[in-house]
Design a protein around this ligand. Structure first.
Ligand code: ATP
Length: 446
């Protein structure tokens, strides 16, 4: 189906007739809002978009609309002299452009190419999902707990049910959300993550639902929210337990009937979005103490998936460690035999995230020897701060070298803890963000 978004009735009739004559189904929308609503109700395979439509008649507003149709290819229609605008549209994600008045032969070719590209993208995504379905779905581990988790993901993925991922910090809840999306029929559409605790409460509504121009100071253009961006796909609400009470009500409404209201909009809009939420918090306890709405909890918990702590799947630790080492060193480093025993014996309260940071940090600190880059137990112990002395594989010649190694270690550890968030890392280390970035540049860590 092709969505033809243009406000001129004569153009709608003529172009619509050409396209139908070529055997396509056509849906017509006369302004930006109608185009979005039509796409939300039934995502088209291709969008033909006039950039200057009501109510703004402003090409910039037209450009801002383009991402709303992801992943359908968008062909923009511009005036003959509007080459610069057409190029801007391509930069904004449009697939191609047609100059008005549209030449029917060119229209036929451009439409056929765009539809073919959409078909190929769908095919690639389906093949990827099928191939991934037989493998580890991005979740490394052969323990029974991981096998059970993967089996549940495969059963849940094809449904529309909301999923709630619970488990301690650093156990792969976000990976589970990604795996559900990738194995679902929505895989060709976007997966949009948002960390509910990281966005200030007063901005969260506009971030999720979008806003209209002029709805508050600083709202200089219409801006789609993450729900609109995720249309047809999946919205991952990370740390749902941090969601402010006022937003919990609005989210509940969206979960109940798929409707939401952008800030400043008069009428509600609809979107078809699957929700996957996650938290390391005890949500039933939050419900019991009144900080999380009970009705929202029951809506979210369509299916509950639990990510096991590393303690519950200790047999996976060596496999995960080897995988992280291979990835971080691009296959150039290996563990000495004592290293794998060491990782298997140690407790990992920060779970996979801590293990990953330790391996990456040890690999970065290890010094190549005659046998290549070998990472030993002492390097790992040094990396996690279990050993106050220097790594076994290195001998510092000068105070500067020792200070540099310490600096590097502290930065890598902090990056690991904050999930590579530069602002949080800088704050933790008492540096300015720019100062941290400069140091990382100097150390080749970016
Ligand atoms: N089974 C796994 N296989 C490979 N990598 C994993 C696995 N589980 C976790 N990881 C890695 O561990 C890190 C933490 O994972 P993730 O962010 O998904 O955890 P989380 O449970 O969402 O944490 P938090 O509750 O702190 O948000 C990531 O780097 C992720 O790639």
């Amino acid at each position: 189906m092709i969505l033809l978004a243009d406000d001129e009735p004569a153009f709608q009739r003529l172009t619509g007739a050409w396209l139908r004559g070529l055997g396509h189904q056509v849906e017509v929308a006369g302004d930006g809002d109608a185009a979005r609503a039509a796409f939300a109700a039934k995502p088209a395979d291709l969008v033909l978009l006039d950039l200057a439509m009501p109510p703004h008649h402003d090409p910039e507003a037209g450009l801002a609309l383009i991402p709303a149709f992801t992943p359908a290819p968008v062909v923009v229609m511009t005036g003959h002299a509007d080459h610069a605008l057409a190029l801007k549209a391509i930069e904004a994600g449009a697939w191609d452009f047609l100059a008005k008045p549209v030449d029917p032969d060119l229209l036929r070719v451009v439409v056929a190419r765009a539809l073919e590209r959409a078909r190929l993208a769908r095919e690639v995504a389906t093949l990827k999902a099928q191939a991934g379905g037989d493998e580890d779905m991005g979740l490394v581990g052969t323990s029974p707990a991981m096998a059970a988790l993967r089996a549940l993901i495969r059963r849940v993925a094809p449904t529309r049910l909301p999923a709630l991922v619970l488990g301690p910090s650093g156990t792969g809840k976000e990976l589970v959300a990604r795996a559900i999306h990738a194995a679902s029929p929505r895989a060709t559409r976007p997966l949009v993550p948002i960390h509910c605790g990281a966005v200030p409460a007063e901005l969260l509504e506009s971030e999720l639902f979008g806003h209209l121009k002029g709805s508050f100071t600083g709202a200089t253009t219409d801006r789609p929210g993450l729900i609109e961006t995720a249309n047809g796909g999946t919205l991952f609400l990370d740390e749902i337990g941090e969601m402010p009470a006022a937003m919990q009500v609005k989210l509940l409404r969206f979960l109940a009937d798929g409707s939401y209201q952008p800030v400043g909009a008069r009428a509600p809009r609809m979107a078809d979005v699957r929700i996957v939420a996650a938290t390391h918090r005890d949500l039933p306890a939050a419900v019991a103490e009144g900080s999380f709405r009970e009705d929202l909890f029951y809506r979210l918990k369509g299916i509950v998936l639990r990510t096991p702590s590393l303690d519950e799947r200790a047999s996976d630790v060596p496999l995960l460690s080897s995988m992280f080492l291979r990835r971080t060193s691009e296959g150039r480093a290996s563990f000495t035999p004592d290293a794998l025993d060491w990782v298997a014996e140690r407790r990992w309260p920060g779970n996979v995230r801590e293990l990953r940071a330790a391996v990456e940090c040890a690999a970065a600190l290890a010094i190549p020897g005659a046998a290549g880059l070998m990472v030993g137990a002492a390097d790992l112990a040094f990396a996690v701060g279990d050993l106050p002395s220097e790594p076994a594989s290195s001998v510092f010649k000068t105070l500067d070298e020792e200070v540099a190694a310490l600096e590097r270690r502290r930065i890598l550890e902090a990056l690991g803890r904050t999930g590579h968030n530069h602002t949080h890392t800088a704050r933790e280390l008492g540096l300015s963000r720019v100062g941290l970035l400069k140091k990382m540049d100097r150390m080749g860590l970016r």
